[in-house]
Design a protein. Structure first.
Length: 377
């Protein structure tokens, strides 16, 4: 029913998607600078008008979303749902978020906040299936089954795990280690073909593909090998250290999507740049300016080259003022919608429950097939 390898990269398409491309589906780019990804062929762009294919992704409810999460994940979810040839499932990855410390009250509020954010950002329950990970217990079941074919060594190589263990001072729990297996279960259970994520998740996608292949080799063709779908704003950098990724765990460098216009002006004004005067995209020599250009391009859908032209002759101060203005205007609609959905929490709950019913139907069928081929049913 779903096309599994239709997303071939034609030369025409590749030109449009060059690192400086922009707009519409052209927003999705092959990270050409990363030869490893090219070689593995696990990252792809999508050619329009192919058969309907299934898209799934998730975000953890672990606090306020920043502009990196917004551009690297959420806005792409919305864009994908707008394309008629995708069947989209988006989930609040609440189980994954339990790997970090929390209180039950905080967790409940964070989950509801992210559900509200999904809707405020434009995810539409008529076009996307929206659900909470923990409400579909089949995902946890498949997690266990997949963990029996996952090697200790391959999990030990996961950079996100190593990174988290080195930064997290306490509560080094075993779920931090097995985290990518649950993610693989989330993806494989729904016959997902395309997973829109930021660059940091690509290694987990690669493991997911390996597990699908290993399972299929042993038990017969059951799982689809999914592809990661990357965007132009695949790596938004920290405002106070543009050589590091913007991350919730380093809040000092984050521009949060619910920051007020005043805070946005203040943060962008203080963003670390260089001592040069030229507004030009150069990740190595001018990481701060390049990062602001990336953010602007992601929010306005303008090509970076166009933004460079528009900013020609501006001082850094004026450029930052213009950037802050553009960013806060671009987030205005989101902020208003978030406020409105905030008053309709019962409706938010109902929307997710309806999505969970739909997701459960797919999950139930698939887990039975898995159990059957393994010999449990
Ligand atoms: P964080 O690293 O801030 O804790 P998460 O791990 O919760 O963020 O990521 C949620 C989604 O946002 C993922 O798809 C991830 O790839 C994407 N993402 C996170 N940080 C960035 C960033 N700085 N730039 C682009 N995308 C990002
Ligand atoms: N691990 C992802 C993150 O940290 C969240 C996630 C959980 C996810 N399950 C997923 C993303 C399945 C894509 C597909 O951001």
């Amino acid at each position: 029913m779903y096309a599994s390898s239709q997303y071939l990269l034609s030369p025409r398409h590749r030109d449009k998607n060059s690192a400086r491309g922009g707009g519409h589906l052209m927003n999705f780019v092959m990270p050409e600078k990363n030869p490893y990804l090219m070689m593995e062929g696990i990252v792809d762009t999508i050619e329009g008008n192919c058969m309907k294919y299934r898209v799934l992704s998730g975000i953890q409810p672990t606090g306020r979303l920043h502009i990196g999460n917004y551009l690297g994940a959420l806005t792409n979810f919305v864009q994908l749902q707008e394309e008629a040839n995708h069947e989209c499932l988006f989930m609040v990855a609440d189980l994954h978020s339990l790997t970090q410390s929390y209180t039950p009250e905080e967790k409940r509020a964070e989950i509801m906040d992210l559900m509200t954010t999904f809707l405020a950002a434009g995810l539409d329950p008529l076009r996307s299936t929206l659900f909470r990970q923990s409400r579909i217990s089949e995902q946890s079941e498949l997690y266990w089954l997949l963990s029996t074919i996952t090697y200790f060594g391959e999990l030990s190589r996961m950079t996100q795990y190593k990174d988290k263990v080195s930064r997290q001072e306490e509560n080094i729990n075993s779920a931090l280690f097995t985290y990518p297996v649950l993610m693989a279960a989330d993806i494989l259970l729904y016959d997902t073909e395309v997973v829109p994520v930021g660059e940091d998740q690509v290694q987990h996608l690669e493991l997911t593909r390996d597990l699908a292949r290993r399972f299929n080799n042993r038990f017969g063709q059951l799982f689809i090998e999914p592809k990661a779908l990357m965007t132009q704003a695949t790596r938004v950098m920290s405002l106070d250290d543009p050589t590091r990724k913007m991350s919730k765990s380093l809040p000092g460098g984050c521009l949060f999507i619910d920051d007020t216009p005043e805070i946005i002006h203040d943060k962008v004004g203080k963003a670390v740049t260089d001592s040069d005067r030229e507004i030009r995209y150069d990740e190595e020599k001018k990481p701060g300016i390049s990062n602001l250009l990336t953010i602007l391009s992601g929010l306005t859908q303008k090509e970076i080259i166009t933004l460079e032209k528009e900013a020609a002759g501006m001082s850094y101060g004026d450029f930052k003022k213009m950037a802050a203005e553009t960013i806060s205007n671009a987030l205005l609609l989101y902020r208003e919608a978030k406020g409105e959905w905030g008053h309709k929490q019962k409706q938010v709950e109902e929307i997710f429950q309806a999505g969970e019913e739909k997701a459960r139907k797919i999950a139930d069928k698939k887990i039975r097939e898995v159990k059957r081929v393994i010999g449990l049913l």
